[in-house]
Design a protein around this ligand. Structure first.
Ligand code: NAD
Length: 447
């Protein structure tokens, strides 16, 4: 078997519509709905649409004295199972369709891992790289003040996301607390600094959850040609919070991390990268590129490597119709949200490549956010070991249910169901939507 990367693929970029976040969510939803023939279609439509969409203006005075106006969004997709839950992102490309699509994903993710939250997402369209800390603090405070009582410990609970951090969460808590004195406001946000009610294990939770879920999937014998993680060759796109933790835990399980990438490029060593050297190099140079005893390759080459596990842990839309055909992994674990388009899903399925979908693979983050919320309500802190054990049990349980559902799909050769999708993503969504539909029926449509 070759350990060399495939020759540099000239990736044909996908059509813009292929990457449209609303369309991706619609297609994934529709694929699951086709399995749910005994559920009232009207009920299913209620589950697709957001419950509430808020757009606010966020004016601030810049450091140079001029006034600038930003736009912020918060979408509460669904609150059937509990308060809304979802991150707040600051990025120039934040838009209402993107925030809405990510809010729906959160509803399905929370229902799948059975945490008592609905789905939400928010963001401000701005370029955080061009804003000072003071300006970011002012944007945060004004955004949260404008949202008013539309967020709250039992209403809708934000968390960090793209270019927001525990510091942003501290500002949100402080703002909300000033507006609601005399009550326990700690549970209004998760992902807070440890000293301010954050939870042990939250930073690592998403990468850790990816590994727990992949480990369980392999142990269940679901991945053809892969019976254990020991000796598995792993390529990781995105060496950030999620990718770095996944790399470390897989290494501890005897896997070989043969390639990792960041926004500047990728490094490759067929014998396995030395993670201590890699982390020191990234810390000193700001990138993985140029790490000792490895070879620089392009991000596209990393995706095309012959490996056992491929973990996209960077951005959405990275695996599409233009490059999916070159992928040689046995299993793709979606650390990032929606890194694979529906067109790419079809290509991968045809190639026999399994995808552990985002709403399962990266649900460790929201799971430990839930633990943070519970600890805040109880005025209590749990030790790291307890949190990791609880996380493992929950990820295993969700993985077991998705695999059981997947194995129950009607055979592909049955004529009347020939067009149905039979991938793990569809199984995860079916599992999630069925639960939500049941709850909606039990609660009844108001009035
Ligand atoms: P991060 O910012 O810590 O890391 C992202 C990494 O991706 C960085 O190393 C960056 O350099 C790299 N990157 C950016 N563009 C790239 C490109 N084109 N090719 C290769 N690498 C690229 O972010 P994170 O917290 O690790 O999150 C990663 C992904 O996981 C995001 O999509 C995020 O939405 C998703 N996610 C994160 C969490 C969480 O708890 N952190 C939870 C669920 C989902």
């Amino acid at each position: 078997m070759s350990h060399e990367p495939a020759s540099a693929p000239h990736s044909n970029g996908p059509a813009a519509d292929e990457l449209n976040p609303e369309r991706i969510i619609d297609v994934q939803f529709e694929r699951a709905r086709e399995h749910l023939t005994d559920i009232d279609p009207g009920l299913i439509q209620v589950l697709r649409r957001p419950r509430r969409t808020i757009t606010v203006n966020v004016p601030i005075q810049r450091d140079d004295g001029r006034l600038d106006n930003f736009v912020g969004y918060r979408v509460l997709h669904n609150r059937l199972l509990g308060p809304g839950k979802g991150g707040i992102r600051y990025h120039p490309r934040v838009s209402l369709p993107e925030v809405g699509a990510l809010a729906a994903l959160m509803t399905w993710k929370c229902a799948l891992v059975r945490v008592p939250f609905g789905g939400a997402k928010g963001g401000v369209t701005c370029d955080p790289k061009e804003l000072s800390d003071r300006e970011l603090r002012h944007i945060t405070r004004r955004f949260i003040a404008e949202l008013g009582d539309n967020i709250g410990p039992y209403t809708d609970i934000p968390a960090p996301d793209l270019y927001t951090s525990s510091q942003t969460m501290a500002w949100i808590l402080d703002t909300f607390d000033s507006m609601h004195p005399g009550q326990n406001n700690l549970p209004v946000v998760t992902g807070k600094p440890l000293e301010l009610g954050g939870s042990e294990g939250r930073d690592e939770a998403t990468g850790r959850g990816c590994v727990y879920s992949a480990e369980r999937l392999v142990a269940l014998g679901a991945v053809p040609g892969l019976s254990e993680l020991t000796g598995a060759r792993v390529a990781i796109q995105g060496y950030g919070e999620v990718g770095r933790v996944a790399a470390q835990l897989l290494h501890e399980r005897g896997a070989r991390i043969i390639a990792v990438s960041d926004s500047r490029g990728a490094v490759f060593d067929p014998e396995g990268l030395d993670l201590v050297t890699l982390n020191a190099h990234k810390a000193s140079s700001g990138s993985v590129l140029g790490c000792a005893e490895s070879r620089n390759i392009s991000s596209e080459e990393l995706l095309a490597l012959e490996c056992d596990l491929l973990i996209p842990a960077a951005l959405g839309g990275q695996i599409h119709s233009g490059n999916a055909g070159r992928i040689q992994a046995k299993l793709i674990v979606e650390g990032a949200n929606r890194p694979i388009t529906p067109e790419a899903d079809d290509i991968l399925t045809a190639q026999g490549i399994l995808v552990l979908p985002d709403i399962l693979a990266n649900a460790g983050g929201v799971t430990v956010s839930y633990y943070e919320w519970v600890q805040n309500i109880e005025h209590h802190t749990w030790p790291l070991e307890e949190i990791n054990n609880k996380l493992r049990v929950r990820m295993n349980d969700a993985t077991d249910r998705v695999v059981a559902r997947w194995r129950q799909f009607p055979p592909a050769n049955a004529e009347e169901t020939a067009a149905l999708r039979r991938d793990l993503r569809t199984a995860a969504l079916v599992e999630s939507l069925e639960r939500l539909a049941r709850v909606l029926q039990q609660r009844g449509i108001w009035p």
